[in-house]
Design a protein around this ligand. Structure first.
Ligand SMILES: [Zn+2]
Length: 478
């Protein structure tokens, strides 16, 4: 019972601190408003840098800016001025033909540290992210042990301080051990610096437990991320239930198992007033549910992954375990619904669900293999191929889903190129076509269904706090 009582005692501690400027929670009690949480990365020890980026196409979805121009970074911040610095020691990046975007944020990443160092570490995962153009990532808590208390969060933050080359933000579990039974100490997790709660990989089945979790999350204005899967409806399922599961003789995981929990979350958000983010939507019916709920101003948000918009369950024809993920690849009709949801902003987030697994784990029978694929190093190119080349989104709306939208949901002081903002910047060459070669990944894992794909564009520079952390030409700076 420690989880429940832990959370309750912290609730009392937070609820009765009565100073000015406090907001009211649903019980009429006060709590401190959330301030922007600080990320962890090894850069914190370095001095913020100055930089001049010349002649790029600057796209800042937060302000609607889209123009060719120069960008000056002074001591780690975007400057009001665009004049070339007189100090000749300030590095200049020639950005002609490149897109200058706010640093990309991926809010769905599995780093596997602590406990899974053979698959990925914070060091390797953040290098993979940087090489994919990402300056900030949100780490899921299904590590070993799971991040269900402040000690694991402190350990992850410390490891990130020592080894991460980009910003790492942390999440905490909803329930102890992600077992879906007792609430994790949500107040302590909040104090330890998590920016969201989730049992990702698992889904809280007990609606009463989920309701209570959301009551606590709302008190701290923490976003709750949910992996939507009804265990009874999806029991034993290893792929989408449909034509191909019948042909291949594999147990199915039907759409309804996702839809049921998405609907549950919409109802619970309305009841509790808590903000819920439904992770990795795969079912077209779930897109419709979220769209309808948003029309009623329910505080629900949603994300889509590259594999669910790039592939269908027909790809499983050869029983290749690199196409096995959770939720599973579905049908063309779902793909089209996801694209429509991205186009009308029902789905405001794009992310990878980067889920590294060692080769020996994936090289087993399909039914036995773990779910999940790596994604950080291919997602930007895939999104550009499917969404820009496919004329689903323009650059501003694509980049919004990778920058300001996740920053706003998670209340991060990131995601814009406005003067004064932290100089996290991604440069993208929209015309640099390349072939995916998984043997060259910085990730420790190779489990991708996209090996050998031709992608039309990629990041060329990943800049954190004004420092070029990685560039396509020169690799990592340290
Ligand atoms: Zn998940």
């Amino acid at each position: 019972m420690h989880g429940v009582y832990g959370a309750r005692s912290e609730f009392v501690e937070y609820a009765f601190r009565d100073t000015t400027g406090l907001s009211k929670n649903q019980f009429g009690l006060s709590y401190e408003p959330v301030t922007s949480p600080s990320p962890s990365s090894s850069l914190s020890s370095r001095r913020p840098n100055s930089l001049f980026i010349r002649g790029g196409r600057i796209i800042d979805p937060a302000s609607g800016r889209d123009e060719v121009g120069d960008l000056l970074v002074e001591e780690g911040r975007i400057s009001e001025s665009t004049a070339k610095p007189k100090d000749s020691s300030v590095p200049v990046i020639e950005a002609k033909g490149l897109i200058v975007a706010p640093g990309l944020i991926d809010m769905h990443v599995h780093l596997r540290e602590p406990g899974g160092g053979q698959k990925e570490t914070i060091a390797s995962g953040t290098r993979a992210a940087a090489a994919g153009g990402f300056t900030s990532i949100l780490a899921m808590p299904n590590t070993n042990p799971p991040a269900d208390g402040p000690n694991t969060i402190a350990l992850m933050r410390q490891r990130a301080l020592e080894t991460a080359c980009i910003n790492v933000f942390t999440t905490g579990c909803i329930t102890v051990g992600m077992k879906g039974e007792e609430l994790a100490p949500i107040g302590s997790l909040h104090k330890a610096g998590v920016v969201a709660l989730t049992d990702d990989g698992h889904c809280v089945q007990n609606n009463e437990v989920m309701r209570r979790a959301l009551d606590y999350a709302r008190m701290f204005d923490l976003l709750t991320l949910d992996h939507c899967q009804d265990y009874n409806l999806s029991a034993g399922g290893v792929m989408h239930e449909g034509y191909w599961s019948t042909v291949l003789g594999l147990p199915g995981w039907p759409r309804i198992a996702e839809d049921m929990i998405v609907a549950r979350n919409i109802l619970l958000s309305e009841l509790t007033g808590a903000r819920i983010h439904v992770q990795h939507l795969s079912s077209g019916d779930s897109v419709r549910l979220v769209r309808e709920a948003k029309k009623r101003n329910v505080k629900i948000s949603a994300e889509a992954m590259p594999h669910h918009i790039a592939l269908t369950d027909a790809s499983l024809e050869k029983y290749d375990t690199n196409f096995k993920m959770n939720p599973p690849l579905r049908e063309r009709i779902d793909q089209e619904a996801l694209l429509a949801g991205l186009a009308d902003d029902t789905i405001e987030i794009l992310a990878s669900d980067h889920a590294p697994h060692a080769s020996y784990e994936k090289e087993v029978e399909f039914a036995e293999a773990p779910f999940g694929i790596v994604g950080l190093e291919t997602e930007l190119g895939l999104f550009i191929k499917i969404l820009i080349e496919g004329r689903v989104l323009d650059w501003t709306s694509l980049l919004a889903k990778l920058t300001i939208n996740p920053a706003r949901l998670l209340k991060l002081d990131r995601g814009t190129l406005a003067p004064g903002a932290v100089a996290d910047i991604t440069l993208i060459d929209p015309k640099h076509s390349w072939k995916v070669d998984s043997s060259k990944f910085y990730s420790l894992s190779r489990n991708t269904p996209f090996n050998g794909w031709e992608l039309p564009a990629r990041a060329t520079h990943t800049i954190v706090d004004g420092h070029v952390v990685w560039s396509l030409k020169n690799g990592f700076t340290k």
